[in-house]
Ligand binder design. Structure first.
Ligand SMILES: [Zn+2]
Length: 76
C-alpha cells in the first residue's frame, strides 16, 4: 500500500500571480538596499515606486516618451 503523505501538496515555486498581465519594473533602492518590483495598473501612465526605508516616492515614466528600461537604481 502506498503510504499516506502528510503536508501540503507540492506547488511550483512561483507564487500565484495576482498581477498577471500588469507590466512591472525592477527598482533597487540603494539606501534601503532593497530590490522592489513595481507594478503599474494598465490605466496608470507611470510607475510609482516607494522606498521601503525612507519612504521617498519615485516615478518612472516608461514607454512612449519615456525609457524602455526595465530596471532602475535609486539613491535616496
Ligand atoms: Zn530611501
Amino acid at each position: 500500500m502506498a503510504s499516506t503523505q502528510h503536508g501540503k501538496p507540492k506547488r511550483p515555486a512561483e507564487p500565484s500571480n495576482a498581477h498577471a498581465g500588469n507590466p512591472w519594473i525592477g527598482v533597487r533602492f540603494t539606501c534601503a538596499r532593497a530590490y522592489v518590483r513595481v507594478y503599474r495598473k494598465p490605466e496608470a501612465p507611470v510607475y510609482l515606486a516607494r522606498c521601503p526605508k525612507c519612504g521617498q516616492c519615485v516615478r518612472f515614466r516608461v514607454g512612449a516618451g519615456g525609457t524602455s528600461a526595465r530596471f532602475f537604481e535609486v539613491s535616496c
